[in-house]
Design a protein around this ligand. Structure first.
Ligand SMILES: O=C[C@H](O)[C@@H](O)CC(=O)C(=O)O
Ligand SMILES: [Zn+2]
Length: 274
């Protein structure tokens, strides 16, 4: 049985009282991508589980976990898997999927045990599901691309949508990643909130000495978390989620909640940010 670290849901009034360490304890997820280990974190925001699997020479199997009270993690859940490492294989329900870096795999409810093998570094996001949607390996060329920002505002980027209603049907999970054009370092600015959905970000492809200053909090009460490579952050539904890197990076976003409408965002006016 794979252990899962719990993160409770924090309300905005409590959120603004937290100091740096307490903010990190609640929202920052470090220590992922340990060789030979499955690492999982269970957030009580929409019961999203996120984590990593790094097979490192021997296959690793994700099946029964603490905290879900089911025989298998995917008994009443769906999962998205992003490979940020070398070539690897993910197998479930009698199917084997060869995953290269940048590929996203969707496994529907009831997929059973999932085996991870090869040189992959796998990032996982799982949310409760209520029906079976077909499992599918999605290549970047099959994903939907949304170009945003400009060079002048240092936020020129491509949002690559994999688990999105136009690409792959899911129960509630949406997932993809955002890549930058050279010189652009700002993600999700101008920023937004969406009380209907929580979100998690995984920052990756950062240099060892590079950091992303990730901004969170109510728009009128912002805080920041300093993120290193391959660290994740849980974004409450009431929080902005935006970041600026000291160097280049990519980040994976995933959401769960009342709808899967990517455009359902409440944009925050610059003059309202504090
Ligand atoms: O609700 C959508 C999410 O916050 C992200 O997809 C935003 C993002 O990737 C970006 O603007 O760079
Ligand atoms: Zn968002």
């Amino acid at each position: 049985m794979t252990p899962v670290a719990i993160r409770h849901a924090i309300d905005p009034a409590t959120g603004k009282t937290l100091d740096t360490q307490a903010l990190r304890d609640h929202f920052h997820v470090g220590d992922l991508f340990q060789p030979g280990e499955i690492k999982l974190v269970y957030s009580h925001y929409d019961r999203m589980i996120l984590g990593s699997v790094v097979p490192d020479g021997a296959p690793l199997t994700l099946d029964k976990v603490d905290n879900t009270g089911t025989e298998s993690l995917l008994e009443r859940r769906e999962i998205g898997v992003l490979n940020i490492g070398g070539a690897g294989t993910v197998s479930a329900a009698g199917q084997s999927y060869a995953m290269e870096a940048g590929d996203v795999l969707y496994l529907g409810m009831g997929s059973g045990a999932v085996e991870f093998a090869g040189e992959g570094r796998f990032y996982l996001v799982s949310t409760p599901a209520h029906r079976v949607c077909p499992s599918r390996l999605i290549k970047p060329s099959e994903a939907k691309r949304l170009e945003l920002g400009s060079k002048e505002t240092a936020n020129e980027r491509v949002i690559i949508q994999f688990l999105h209603p136009d690409v792959q049907e899911t129960c509630q999970l949406t997932m993809g990643y955002t890549q930058f054009l050279p010189g652009s370092v700002w993600n999700t600015m101008p920023c937004h909130v969406h009380d209907r959905r929580m979100e998690a970000y995984l920052y990756f492809d950062l240099g060892a000495d590079a950091r992303v200053f990730h901004f969170m909090g109510r728009p009128e009460e912002t805080r920041h978390l300093v993120m290193a490579n391959e660290e994740a952050v849980i974004s409450p539904p009431w929080s902005i989620h935006s970041g600026a890197g000291t160097g280049s990076y990519t980040f994976c976003w995933a959401m769960a909640g009342d709808n899967a409408d990517f455009t359902d965002m409440d944009m925050v006016a610059m003059e309202d940010l504090r």
